[in-house]
Structure formats: structure tokens, C-alpha cells
Design a protein. Structure first.
Ligand code: MRU
Length: 357
């Protein structure tokens, strides 16, 4: 029997073969191709080209990636080892700028080196592996907890709209925005989900619709410019989306088009929930104005996915990968420690206090 997409691991470590193993998400849904990445360049490219994508999955891939690169550093002298570790870390960190999980995971790995500097390098390498495995295991627990809190915000039969893919393929299991949907599915909630196709890279069509459909969820794919229509029709009770970075005031960077969805939802009094592991909340960034937005190449808009180019040769193209949803458009930020609400400058601090307790 053919394997269901939900039975695959998004990101795996193959330590025996010194490889990071991922599903190449650029090929989905047509082809399920599992690829092994060994060099720093292969890992960097896979993140940049969105073969592995979604903030939490990028973090886990980077953690396994830096472990594998560290494993190959020849020196037994800590200072020489650490200098090369930092070089590789900065290189991986440069692959995508907006998702804070990338630097968050790499910094966790860095701390392992720094706090064990008196130990033999071979032992530090083993500790790096353990940390990367913990980052992956935590991601699964965190997504499930977000799912439980998210599920408390909706009721059986509700219509849910989501944008991009904050699903299992963007994490190690459950997803963030999809976690309440999957938990609801297990408990007979019979949600009706609307998935925005998400131009220009079609994560909603290729990944979210695929995941949910493969899981037996009632999912309807819509073009991005149809969300106002389904909301006006009264078919949507809540919007659940993921995020790449949440600033201390609640402003949120997520896939381009999220702010349009949130603005329209406000018009129709539909609550907007951002599903955010605390690893995606960046208290060092004051507001959305301070978040660096990744700009992507023109061909993603003009020709990628099309049989032929769909725009005049030479036309100007603006292709930001993310936008900022202002905090006043957000009804709640659903974390693994509970739901933060306005004023976010206070409630997000409370969430972090719970994390430390
Ligand atoms: O460019 P992508 O596909 O990596 O963008 C992904 C998103 O915008 C997701 O919503 C976000 O990373 C959250 S994933 C749980």
C-alpha cells in the first residue's frame, strides 16, 4: 500500500551515514522524494530553496545540520573547533532571515559548545547531537500543546481558514496552525477548512491541502483572492495561521498575504489566531518594523510553476516572502504555555515567565 504523506518524517538525522534526511517539499504533492544532505552547501541550499521550510522545521534542520558539520571538524583543540563551528553556524544562519527559529536553534547549539568548553571535543560533539534530538522532540510536544489550546477556541463543525503551510510539513508533527485541526479530527469535530493557495510558492495548495486531504479533513482549496468571499459568506468561524517571528508587541511576520487575511477577518468580526511556539517569539525585537523581511527572486512570481512565463519580460517585480500583521488585528497568540492576548507587551512576558517556572 502506498505510504501516506503524514507517515513520513519532515526532518530526520541519519547519523550512521552523516546525513540530514528531508522530504523535498518543492516536489510535493506530485512526487515524494526523500533526500540526504551531507555538506554545508547542500543544507544551506535546501533551506534557501524551501526543500525544507516552515519556521520550526527550519530550526530542526539547522540543529541537525550544524551537528553534522561539527562532527566533521578535525581538531581536538576547543578553540580551533569552536572557531570553525561558528563559521559554519553563521553560514547556515544566512540561508533565510525572517524565521527566528533558525538562529534560535543554532544559538542553542552554540550554547552547548560554550558551556562545555572544558570537556573533550568528542564529548561536545555527542552533546550537540543530544541537543539537536531534544529540539526535534520538543517541537512535537510543543505543537501538540498548541493544538490543545487552539482547540479550546473553536467548536465542532466550525469553519477554519488558514494561509500558507503551518502544518506537519512545517514542523516535526501536527504543525502549529493545523494542530487544533488534527486534534479536532481525532475527536470528531468535523471542521470545514479553507486553505489559501498562497502565491507565489503555493504552500497552501501543494502542502496544506495535500496534508489535510490525506488526513481525511474536509478541506477546500481557494485562491488567495477568495478569502473575503468565504468570510463574507459566513463560512469561516476562525482564522488559524502560523508565524515566522513574533515581536515583543505582538506584531507578527508570517507568509505574505497573512495581513490581508487578518484585515479582511477583522471586517467580518472573525477571530484571528497566530499559532506560535515560544521559539518563534522574539522578545528582543520590539515591533514588526524591526523584523527583516526576506525578498525572493523575481522568477518565483513570473514563471515558476507555470508552463511558460506569465509576465512581460523585464517587468518590475516585488516579491517579499513575508508580511507583518499588526498586533491589533490579532485576537490571540496561541503558544505551548497558553494564549496571549492584548496588550501583548504584557501577556507575552507572562508566557515566558510560565516557560521558566
Ligand atoms: O516560506 P515558508 O514556506 O517557509 O513560510 C512558512 C510560513 O510562513 C509558515 O506559516 C510559518 O513558518 C509557520 S510554520 C509552523
Amino acid at each position: 500500500m502506498e505510504k501516506n504523506i503524514m507517515d513520513y518524517e519532515t526532518v530526520e538525522l541519519d547519523d550512521e551515514n552523516d546525513a540530514l534526511v528531508i522530504i523535498d517539499q518543492t516536489k510535493l504533492p506530485g512526487t515524494t522524494q526523500i533526500i540526504s544532505l551531507k555538506t554545508g552547501e547542500e543544507i544551506w541550499d535546501a533551506i534557501y530553496l524551501l526543500k525544507v521550510r516552515g519556521a520550526p522545521a527550519i530550526g530542526v534542520a539547522a540543529a541537525f545540520g550544524i551537528y553534522l558539520l561539527a562532527k566533521h571538524i578535525k581538531s581536538d583543540d576547543f578553540d580551533t573547533f569552536y572557531q570553525e563551528f561558528c563559521r559554519q553556524k553563521e553560514y547556515l544562519n544566512s540561508s533565510r532571515p525572517t524565521a527566528v527559529n533558525l538562529s534560535w536553534a543554532l544559538n542553542r547549539m552554540d550554547k552547548v559548545c560554550q558551556s562545555n568548553r572544558e570537556k573533550p571535543v568528542a564529548e561536545i560533539k555527542e552533546l550537540l547531537k543530544q541537543e539537536a534530538v531534544s529540539i526535534k522532540e520538543e517541537d512535537i510536544r510543543v505543537c501538540r500543546a498548541i493544538g490543545e489550546y487552539g482547540l479550546s477556541l473553536v467548536k465542532p463543525g466550525d469553519g477554519i481558514l488558514t494561509h500558507c503551510n503551518a502544518g506537519q510539513l512545517a514542523t516535526c508533527k501536527y504543525g502549529t496552525a493545523t494542530a487544533p485541526i488534527y486534534l479536532g479530527q481525532e475527536r470528531g469535530y468535523n471542521f470545514r477548512v479553507f486553505a489559501d493557495e498562497t502565491r507565489p510558492l503555493l504552500q497552501g495548495a501543494r502542502l496544506t491541502a495535500y496534508e489535510l486531504f490525506s488526513s481525511g479533513v474536509d478541506v477546500t482549496l481557494i485562491c488567495d483572492n477568495m478569502s473575503a468571499t468565504v468570510m463574507r459568506n459566513g463560512w469561516v468561524n476562525a482564522v488559524f495561521v502560523g508565524c515566522d517571528r513574533v515581536a515583543a508587541n505582538g506584531d507578527t511576520a508570517n507568509k505574505i498575504g497573512t495581513s490581508v487575511v487578518a484585515t479582511v477577518a477583522k471586517r467580518y468580526n472573525i477571530p484571528v489566531y497566530i499559532c506560535a511556539p515560544t521559539s518563534t517569539i522574539d522578545m528582543a525585537t520590539a515591533s514588526g518594523a524591526d523584523i527583516k523581511i526576506e525578498q525572493r527572486p523575481e522568477h518565483e512570481v513570473t514563471e515558476m510553476w507555470y508552463k511558460e512565463r506569465m509576465a512581460p519580460e523585464g517587468v518590475k517585480v516585488f516579491n517579499p516572502a513575508f508580511d507583518i500583521t499588526d498586533h491589533d488585528l490579532i485576537t490571540g497568540i496561541v503558544t505551548e504555555y497558553g494564549i496571549a492576548r492584548e496588550p501583548y507587551t504584557e501577556s507575552l512576558k507572562e508566557i515566558f515567565k510560565r516557560r521558566c517556572d
